[in-house]
Ligand binder design. Structure first.
Ligand code: NAP
Length: 261
């Protein structure tokens, strides 16, 4: 299948690790120009060293929770590559664990500022540029907590639900301008973020993290965790010309874990 991504410009937020890193790597293999951002310069340099064979990669230190950082991310992208064709909103996984009485207002505000407003900040600037060519893709990485509420995922669940709502609304509004907006929810994927979740689950249930992982796997029809590359393949497909009639949809990449119609 020809994905025709050469000469496209893609921004992957949170591209230094996990799902974002795997997505950036496949986009580079498909010869897109890729910009990755994350908060830690050390993480970015580590990612860059693993991708050193590609000369069409730009790294920009950016916390999507900070408006000025996001503006600089887009400024550097346009300066180096001239445009933005694809935005993968992936950064800032929300924390798992604390219950309602353990979360104070500042944690709620931080979670909303990072994941929900972070996605909004990036999307606004991406769409501004995409409108110039009447073409573009925005792919929002969400999570099953948006549709399957969980008492141990109190900030993440509502934020993911809000991002799903935003995805639908933006798809509706910008479809006429050739801008397609989709959401993708990964299931348990073997990343640093999911290792943190396992630690919480193990602590609460007073079991080992190995046992917590086995319990998770028991609930997954394919009986294993997903790899970041398996999510990245679906993201890159949604970013490509081959997904030209898909917008407003949520794609699940979860080994069948989410049991709902
Ligand atoms: N793994 C799963 O099973 C799973 C399940 C459902 C949903 N998801 C979603 O998938 C996405 C990626 O998660 P992952 O599992 O790949 O996580 P990960 O391996 O922990 O990677 C997270 C990436 O985001 C960056 N990041 C975090 N906060 C940021 C911020 N405020 N601004 C910019 N970059 C930031 C991190 O780098 P720095 O630390 O350097 O900033 C890192 O590059 C998240 O949106 C997460 O909610 C994952």
């Amino acid at each position: 299948m020809q994905l025709k991504l050469n000469n496209k410009v893609a921004i992957v937020t949170g591209g230094s690790k996990g799902i974002g890193f795997a997505t950036a790597k496949i986009l580079l293999e498909e010869r897109a120009n890729v910009v990755i951002c994350s908060r830690s310069n050390e993480n970015l340099m580590h990612a860059k060293s693993k991708l050193k064979k590609y000369d069409n990669l730009l790294t920009v230190q950016c916390d999507i929770g900070i408006d000025g950082d996001v503006k600089n991310l887009f400024k550097q992208t346009i300066k180096n590559f001239g445009k933005v064709d694809i935005l993968v909103n992936n950064a800032a996984p929300t924390s798992w664990g604390p219950l309602m009485d353990e979360i104070d207002e500042s944690e709620w505000l931080n979670a909303v500022n990072d994941k929900l407003l972070g996605y909004v900040r990036c999307t606004k600037l991406a769409i501004e540029d995409m409108l110039l060519r009447k073409s573009g893709r925005v792919i929002n990485i969400v999570g099953m907590g948006g549709r399957g509420p969980n008492k141990r995922y109190l900030t993440g669940g509502p934020i993911n639900a809000a991002v799903l709502s935003l995805t639908k609304a933006l798809a509706d509004y910008y479809g006429k301008n050739g801008i397609l907006v989709t959401a993708l929810s990964p299931g348990p994927i073997d990343t640093g973020h999911h290792k943190n979740i396992l630690t919480w689950v193990a602590q609460e249930a007073k079991i080992s993290t190995e046992q917590a992982m086995l319990n998770f796997i028991e609930g997954i029809p394919v009986k294993r965790y997903g790899h970041p590359e398996e999510v990245a393949n679906a993201i890159v497909f949604l970013a490509s010309d081959k997904a030209s009639f898909i917008t407003g949809s949520e794609v699940l990449v979860d080994g069948g874990r989410f049991r709902s119609l």
